[in-house]
Design a protein around this ligand. Structure first.
Ligand SMILES: NC(=O)c1ccc[n+]([C@@H]2O[C@H](COP(=O)([O-])OP(=O)(O)OC[C@H]3O[C@@H](n4cnc5c(N)ncnc54)[C@H](O)[C@@H]3O)[C@@H](O)[C@H]2O)c1
Ligand SMILES: [Zn+2]
Length: 677
C-alpha cells in the first residue's frame, strides 16, 4: 500500500526503471508479476489522488522511449497497450462495463495474446514501405530492413490502399532454447524468455543478425484506417473517408482478420467469436486455450477479447493508455521468482559434471518446480549466481525449467558463491576442466559406472526391464555389479536378500537379464555407450560389419554413410581401450548379426504392407519383424499396397483393400509364410 506522495514518487521511479529495462533494453529486472503488483498499487493511489498524478508515470503512457541508435518512425495511427484481467470476475466486470458503454447488442472476436514484440507494418500500393516497433505508441523504431528478413511478412500484398497491419513478432520456444544454448557456448548472455529474445532479435542495428534468428510474425489487427490518427502523413479528410469505407465493407473485426489472413499472413492456432450474452462461450474458449497452450510452439500469455462491431470502436474510445473495446484475459504466469537454495553436481556416464539448481519449491503453471538447469560452470560464473540469491525461473511446455535471471538488487550480502569443482563430487578424483565442460576421468567412478549400467539397460540398448536408476544404484552399492558383465552373474539368491526385493522380483530381474542373450547386434553396440555413436550409427555399423565390427581397421568406418572423423576416432579409441571387454560381452550376450541373405529371399522383401485388426503379438513387434524381412509397412491402403494383413475385427482398411483388389492375408497365413506358423 502506498501511503503518501513521498512513497508514490518512489514507486513511480521504481516502475520507470523497470519499464526502461523491459521495453528499451529487452532485459527485465523483475518478473511481470512483481511489476504488475507495484503497477496496480500505483494505479490505486492515482485513482484516489488524481491531482498528484505524475504524467511520466508508466500508468500514463504506452511502453517507453525508443533507443537513440534507431531511426524514429511516427505511426500513422496510434498504437496501444492493453488492459488486462486475471480472473473470471474481473473479466465479467469488463464485459458489463463495455456493454453499458456500447448500449447496443455486441459480439466478441477472440484470439490468442502472443507474447512477443509488437510490430506495425505499413503497406502502400501493395508494397511494404515501413516496419516500426511500438515504442511509446506514437513513435517507434524504424526496423524495416529487419522486418524484411522475416519470412512470414509478405513484402507485397493484394490490397492497394494504405493500410497498417499490426501483429506480434515471436520466436518458437524450441528455437529460443536453441538460441540460448548457442549463446551459452559462445559465452554470450542468454535471453530471459522468448519475448525478450524476439524483441531483442527484432531491434538489431544489423539486419543480418535479425535474419539469423528464426522469427515469426502473427498479425492481430489493423491500425490505419481504423485506429486514431497520429500523423499528418495522411490528411484528416482522406483518413475519415478510408475509415468509413473500411468499416462499411468489413463491419466486424473478425472479417478484417479473415481478410488479413487471406493476404498471405500467418493465422493463429485458434480464434473465434462469442456473443456478449454468452459468457460461457468465452470462458470455454479461455480454458481450451490454456489446455493447448503448452503444445503451441510459441508463447501465449493470454487470450484477447475484442468488440467485434467496427462501428462501435470509436464510440467506446480509449483511455490514455488503451482501447476500451479490448481486453487481455491473462493466463497463469510461466515465470516466477524463487530462491536458489543449493547447487548439486551430477556426474553422467561420460563423466561430465552438470550443475543443477535446487530451488525453494515454486508453483509454475500447475507444476511444482524444485530443480532447474544451470547449463555449466562458465554460465554460473558469467551470471554471478550465488546460493541464497533471488532468481527468476521459467517453465512452459518445451521450455525446461531454467534460471533466467538473478535479482542482484535483492542481495543481502549473505549469499554464497558457487565454487568451480576441482574434484569429482562422487569419487573425489581430480577433474579435467576444459571450460564449458568439466569431466571426471576416473573410469571406475561410481557415478559413471552406475549411469553406464542404467544406460546399457535402457529401452534402446539391452532393454532390461526392472533395471532402472534405483536398482542400478543398489546393485552397485552392495558390490554386486561393478561392470555390465557382472549383470550376467547375478543369482536369484543374491537379489532376494536386497531391500525391496522379494523372490518374485528377483526372479523377474534374472529372467530379464537372460533375455538379453541373442539380442540384435545394434542394441549391443548402442549399449556400449561409445561417444557420438547412437542408435542410428549402431545400426549402420551392424549392417556393414556385423558383430565383428571391432576387428575392422578404423579407416574402413569412413565408408559408412554419415561417419566423420569425430565418430571414427571415438570408435577407434573405445576399441583400443576396451577390446577385451567387448569380447567378453559378446561371449556372454551372443548378439545376433542381421542376416542379409534371408531378408532378400523373404516373401515380404520389397513389398508394401498394411496391418489392421487385433493381432496375436503387439503390432509394433510385427511391424519390426516385417521390416526386418524387407517389407515397407505403411498406415493407409492404396493401389500400391501389396498385402493387407488382418487380425481380429479388422476395420475400414480391410474393406478398402477388398474394394481395391489388394491381396488380403489372415495373420495366421503371414506367420506360415515367415516360417513360424
Ligand atoms: N518485468 C518487467 O520489468 C516489466 C516491465 C514493464 C512491463 N512488463 C509487462 O508487460 C506487460 C504490459 O506491457 P504492455 O503495456 O506493453 O502490454 P502487453 O504487452 O501486455 O499488451 C499489449 C500488447 O500485446 C500485444 N498483443 C499480442 N497479441 C495481441 C492481440 N491478439 N491483439 C492485440 N494485441 C496483442 C500487442 O503487441 C500489444 O502492444 C505486463 O504484463 C507487464 O507485466 C513487465
Ligand atoms: Zn568421479
Amino acid at each position: 500500500m502506498i501511503k503518501n506522495h513521498e512513497e508514490y514518487k518512489k514507486a513511480v521511479e521504481t516502475l520507470k526503471k523497470w519499464a526502461y529495462y523491459y521495453y528499451v533494453l529487452d532485459n527485465p529486472l523483475v518478473t511481470d508479476e512483481e511489476y504488475d503488483k507495484l503497477y496496480k498499487e500505483v494505479e490505486k493511489y492515482e485513482e484516489a489522488h488524481p491531482d498528484e498524478i505524475d504524467p511520466s508515470s508508466p500508468t500514463q503512457r504506452v511502453g517507453d522511449v525508443v533507443l537513440e541508435e534507431f531511426k524514429k518512425a511516427r505511426h500513422i495511427t496510434k498504437m496501444w497497450s492493453m488492459e488486462d484481467v486475471f480472473d473470471e470476475n474481473e473479466f465479467k466486470d469488463w464485459v458489463n462495463r463495455v456493454k453499458r458503454l456500447a448500449n447496443e447488442h455486441i459480439t466478441f472476436y477472440i484470439e490468442p495474446k502472443f507474447d512477443g514484440a509488437s510490430l506495425n507494418l505499413v503497406y502502400k500500393d501493395g508494397k511494404l514501405i515501413r516496419a516500426e516497433t511500438r515504442g511509446d505508441g506514437e513513435i517507434g523504431e524504424d526496423v524495416t530492413l529487419n522486418a524484411k528478413t522475416i519470412n512470414s511478412i509478405p513484402l507485397e500484398i493484394d490490397y492497394k490502399g494504405l493500410i497498417e497491419i499490426r501483429g506480434e513478432v515471436v520466436i518458437k520456444k524450441k528455437d529460443f532454447e536453441k538460441l540460448n544454448e548457442e549463446r551459452v557456448k559462445k559465452g554470450e548472455p542468454t535471453f530471459a524468455n522468448p519475448r525478450n529474445a524476439a524483441a531483442g532479435s527484432l531491434r538489431q542495428l544489423d539486419p543480418k543478425i535479425t535474419a539469423s534468428r528464426p522469427l515469426i510474425f502473427y498479425p492481430w489487427g489493423v491500425g490505419y484506417p481504423i485506429e486514431v490518427l497520429n500523423s499528418d502523413e495522411v490528411s484528416k479528410e482522406q483518413y475519415e473517408n478510408d475509415k468509413k469505407r473500411f468499416i462499411e465493407e468489413f463491419k466486424k473485426y473478425k472479417n478484417v482478420m479473415d481478410y488479413v489472413y487471406s493476404l498471405g499472413f500467418k493465422e493463429p492456432p485458434k480464434r473465434g467469436e462469442c456473443d456478449s450474452e454468452d459468457i460461457e462461450c468465452v470462458l470455454k474458449k479461455y480454458h481450451e486455450f490454456i489446455e493447448i497452450r503448452d503444445d503451441i510452439p510459441v508463447m501465449l500469455d493470454g487470450m484477447v477479447v475484442k468488440v467485434n462491431e467496427l462501428h462501435l470502436l470509436e464510440k467506446l474510445g480509449y483511455t490514455t493508455k488503451y482501447p476500451r473495446w479490448m481486453v487481455a484475459y491473462k493466463f497463469p504466469a510461466v515465470e516466477k521468482e524463487t530462491i536458489l537454495e543449493d547447487v548439486v553436481v551430477q556426474v553422467g556416464r561420460t563423466g561430465v559434471l552438470t550443475p543443477v539448481a535446487v530451488l525453494k519449491p515454486v508453483e509454475i503453471g500447475g507444476v511444482i518446480v524444485e530443480r532447474a538447469t544451470l547449463h555449466n560452470f562458465d554460465e554460473i560464473e558469467r551470471m554471478d549466481i550465488r546460493i541464497g540469491d533471488h532468481v527468476i525461473v521459467i517453465r512452459s511446455g518445451d521450455v525446461i525449467p531454467k534460471i533466467t535471471k538473478v535479482l542482484y538488487h535483492k542481495r543481502t550480502g549473505n549469499e554464497k558463491p558457487i565454487p568451480r569443482p576441482t574434484h569429482c563430487p562422487v569419487c573425489g578424483a581430480e577433474v579435467l576442466d576444459e571450460g564449458a565442460i568439466i569431466k571426471c576421468q576416473n573410469l571406475s567412478c561410481p557415478a559413471r559406472v552406475v549411469n553406464t549400467i542404467i544406460y546399457a539397460a535402457s529401452k534402446n540398448c539391452l532393454d532390461i526391464e526392472g533395471l532402472g536408476e534405483s536398482v542400478a544404484k543398489l546393485l552397485y552399492e552392495r558390490g554386486l555389479v561393478r561392470d555390465i558383465t557382472d549383470l550376467f552373474k547375478l543369482k536369484v539368491e543374491d537379489l532376494e536378500k536386497l531391500p525391496g526385493f522379494a523372490r518374485k522380483k528377483a526372479e523377474n530381474l534374472v529372467k530379464a537379464i537372460e533375455k538379453v542373450k541373442g539380442i540384435e547386434c545394434w542394441r549391443f553396440v548402442n549399449a556400449l555407450g561409445i561417444e557420438h555413436i547412437g542408435e542410428v550409427a549402431s545400426k549402420k555399423i551392424c549392417e556393414t560389419f556385423g558383430i565383428d565390427f571391432y576387428k575392422h581397421d578404423p579407416e574402413e568406418f569412413y565408408k559408412i554413410e554419415g561417419f566423420g572423423p569425430e565418430m571414427v576416432k571415438s570408435i577407434a579409441e573405445y576399441v583400443k581401450v576396451n577390446r577385451e571387454k567387448i569380447e567378453k560381452l559378446i561371449e556372454l550376450i551372443q548378439p545376433t548379426n542381421p542376416k542379409k541373405e534371408e531378408v532378400e529371399n523373404s516373401p515380404f522383401s520389397g513389398k508394401t504392407v498394411v496391418l489392421t485388426g487385433t493381432m496375436k503379438k503387439p503390432r509394433s513387434e510385427i511391424k519390426e519383424l516385417l521390416e526386418h524381412l524387407g517389407a515397407h509397412v505403411t498406415n493407409s491402403v492404396s493401389k500400391k499396397t501389396d498385402f493387407v494383413i488382418y487380425g481380429e475385427d479388422p476395420g475400414s482398411k480391410y474393406e478398402k483393400a477388398q474394394k481395391l483388389g489388394v491381396t488380403l492375408l489372415p495373420e495366421e497365413e503371414m506367420w506360415k509364410m515367415i516360417g513360424e506358423g
